[in-house]
Design a protein around this ligand. Structure first.
Ligand SMILES: C/C=C/C(=O)SCCNC(=O)CCNC(=O)[C@H](O)C(C)(C)COP(=O)(O)OP(=O)(O)OC[C@H]1O[C@@H](n2cnc3c(N)ncnc32)[C@H](O)[C@@H]1OP(=O)(O)O
Length: 283
């Protein structure tokens, strides 16, 4: 399993508008390697560009979501120094997908695994999930935007606690402090996450979701007047758009909406790419 030649490190399955991306090194806790990193980026970019996909679920095969950086790779770096343990993949990809990405956190979620879960838009955890930033106990720092993401989810005090101590956080506490949106029984995790994703895929406008995701992420670093003015402009566009008409008509007719997909080939747009991010134009 996992690293065998015939076992890809990441699996991608698409059904009923939902892409499920599964980290697939279960014998190694889905520890992050360069190969896994590349396959993960390709799967997420593929799902983003596929008009049949309207929402994405990210999960891990076996007992863990991801234990973090692969022990072998990290160990080699520790002994040899500078070499990058992981491929030069951007670790912000879920933030840049215009589609909602839902982490279904099964079991251990450590280090870079936790950082990726935090980059997702929604986190649903199994009741046996456990989290640790891990970095301080390995002599590392808050990596790849973790010190930006974590305080925004759980507040600065909790973020300092989790980063400085690298202590274990169980699912119940994760739900209580806002690290995850909700906790469900382990046996129901994938079904619950998929069901949630399918609701987004069937009931919500892909264009509206992409715009809302952009608004929420961008507004983390803008002031209220700017947010308000941008929303005003986006709302005028939305009022004049086909999706609003379809949203109203389907609601009045009490039928499911038939929203169009995002255009084929619609790619990743980093939240800090101001122009592309606000207009949705391709980078
Ligand atoms: C640049 C990136 C930086 C980072 O990400 S820093 C963080 C690096 N990660 C860690 O420090 C976590 C180390 N692992 C652990 O502390 C524990 O594991 C856990 C608490 C995560 C899980 O504990 P339990 O549920 O008891 O499982 P288990 O039996 O320890 O692990 C299951 C299998 O997964 C392998 N494994 C654990 N961590 C790693 C890893 N980081 N890389 C590769 N494999 C790993 C183990 O050896 C074992 O395998 P086997 O069943 O064959 O003994």
């Amino acid at each position: 399993m996992g690293d065998a030649a015939d076992e890809p490190p990441v699996l991608l399955a698409v059904a009923q508008g939902v892409a499920t991306i599964t980290l697939n090194r279960p014998a190694h806790g889905n520890g992050w390697t360069a190969a896994l990193s590349r396959a993960y980026a390709a799967a997420l970019e593929g799902a983003t560009r596929d008009p049949a996909v309207r929402a994405v679920v990210l999960t891990g095969a076996g007992r863990a979501f991801s234990v973090g950086g692969d022990a072998g790779g990290l160990g080699a770096v520790a002994e040899q120094g500078a070499a990058a343990p992981l491929a030069a993949t951007p670790y912000w990809l879920p933030l840049a997908s215009p589609k909602p990405v839902i982490a279904a956190v099964n079991g251990a979620c450590f280090g870079i695994g936790m950082q990726q879960a935090l980059c997702c838009d929604i986190r649903i955890a199994s009741d046996d999930a456990k989290f640790s930033t891990a970095y301080a106990r390995r002599g590392l720092v808050a990596e790849y935007g973790m010190s930006w993401l974590l305080p925004r989810l759980v507040g600065t005090g909790n973020a300092m606690d989790l980063l400085l101590s690298a202590r274990l956080v169980r699912a119940e506490e994760a739900g209580r402090i806002g690290l995850v949106n909700r906790v469900v029984p382990a046996a129901d995790l994938l079904a619950e996450a998929t069901d949630y994703a399918r609701q987004l895929a069937t009931q919500c406008s892909p264009g509206a979701m992409a715009a809302i995701k952009r608004q929420c992420l961008r507004d983390l670093t803008t002031d209220f007047p700017t947010s308000y003015a941008t929303a005003e402009a986006l709302l005028q566009d939305a009022f004049a758009g086909d999706d609003f008409r379809e949203g109203m008509r389907s609601w009045q007719a009490q039928r499911p909406p038939a929203f169009p997909p995002l255009p084929a080939g619609h790619g990743m747009i980093p939240p800090w790419d101001d122009d592309a991010f606000m207009t949705g134009e391709q980078p």
